[in-house]
Ligand binder design. Structure first.
Ligand SMILES: NC(=O)c1ccc[n+]([C@@H]2O[C@H](COP(=O)([O-])OP(=O)(O)OC[C@H]3O[C@@H](n4cnc5c(N)ncnc54)[C@H](OP(=O)(O)O)[C@@H]3O)[C@@H](O)[C@H]2O)c1
Length: 308
């Protein structure tokens, strides 16, 4: 029976296929989970393309897509503490185990209980986008009133970053395409259309003496265009482009442990963070879901709901 979506060789979307795989058995450090909802992320297609061989180059095929999920624990590895069969949880899957699947295994140390009142749809977005947003805001550590530029604010990490920054009293401006204006301003951030002719002048007007911090979610030429707008290069943090260090900035330092997952879940329960889920697909629609993220221009978060 078809129960997963992945690939048997690295490549483009054409290598993706539905799979019938035996239910994964958890190792000592893992929990087995009946997946309720899986998050869809840019990293999924990057791994499928074989661009990060250090992560999945040696993982046997078929590999299943997806790094994060929320669901219910069905078995607990002998080395996992604090989780029990029947718990609602969310967390990270090992590369290759995948989460575009009815069942998977999650890392026990990178899995947390889902609080009452938090849906699987929201919880499934925490491991990748939610914790990245928290990490980058923690790393910058800016005081209330500081001016923050979020380059690429309209996607999953960007919207979450804007909300966390606003909750800490930062003055936020973000770059996105014109269609995302309402989504961006709803977070309390100012909006600049990066495709417009006055984008750089508009950003400079927001922080004439330079931004106190820049979060870059785009990388490449876009990063290099906005980096000079920082008051100090050391306050440019990129989540996706390691070459940021060549211009004096830093790469985000990631935390994927259970306490960090729990912090983000609490922020959702408190109403500080809304993952802004804009697309919910079934497993049958996994190709469509990943294609929209792979376009590089999706809004907020896309998830697969496997409960249907
Ligand atoms: N290091 C980590 O652990 C980690 C974790 C999560 C994500 N990431 C990386 O962070 C990046 C963002 O992730 P995400 O989940 O937020 O992606 P996403 O949800 O797919 O959103 C990407 C966003 O980038 C915007 N964009 C594209 N080109 C742009 C440009 N030139 N200027 C401004 N905005 C632009 C798009 O909006 P428009 O339609 O407006 O262009 C889109 O909303 C990805 O590269 C991802 O791999 C890294």
């Amino acid at each position: 029976m078809i129960n997963a979506y992945g690939y048997r060789t690295f490549g483009g979307p054409e290598v993706q296929e539905f799979l019938a795989r035996p239910a994964p058995v958890p190792a000592a450090h893992e929990v087995a989970v009946a997946v309720g909802v899986a998050g869809v992320n840019p990293l999924d297609h990057v791994l499928r393309a074989g661009l990060l061989p250090a992560l999945n180059g040696a993982v046997p095929f078929p590999q299943v897509l997806g790094m994060e999920a929320a669901g219910v624990v069905t078995a607990v590895g002998s080395g996992v503490r604090g989780l029990e069969v029947g718990d609602r949880v969310f967390g990270f899957a090992l590369t290759g185990a995948g989460t575009y699947a009815r069942t998977t295994v999650l890392l026990g140390s990178a899995t947390a209980r889902t609080p009452d009142g938090l849906s699987d749809r929201w919880a499934a977005t925490i491991p990748v986008a939610g914790t990245t947003a928290l990490d980058v805001i923690d790393q910058l550590g800016l005081p209330p009133g500081a001016r923050l530029l979020v380059n690429g604010i309209g996607g999953g990490v960007g919207i979450a970053t804007a909300q966390l920054a606003r909750a800490r009293g930062l003055r936020v401006v973000g770059t996105a395409g014109g269609a995302k204006r309402a989504t961006v301003t709803a977070t309390g951030a100012a909006f600049v259309d990066y495709t417009g002719p006055t984008a750089e002048a508009d950003l400079r007007a927001f922080a004439p003496d330079g931004f106190d911090g820049i979060v870059d979610l785009v990388g490449g030429a876009s990063l290099r265009a906005v980096a000079p707008l920082a008051a100090a290069a050391t306050t440019v943090v990129s989540v996706g482009d390691p070459t940021v260090v060549e211009i004096g900035g830093a790469v985000v330092e990631r935390h994927t442990d259970r306490p960090t997952l729990e912090r983000v879940a609490d922020l959702m329960v408190q109403g500080v963070l809304d993952p802004n889920i804009t697309a919910v697909h079934t497993l049958d629609e996994a190709a469509q879901a990943l294609a929209s993220v792979e376009s590089g221009h999706s809004t907020g978060k896309t998830v697969l709901d496997l409960t249907g």
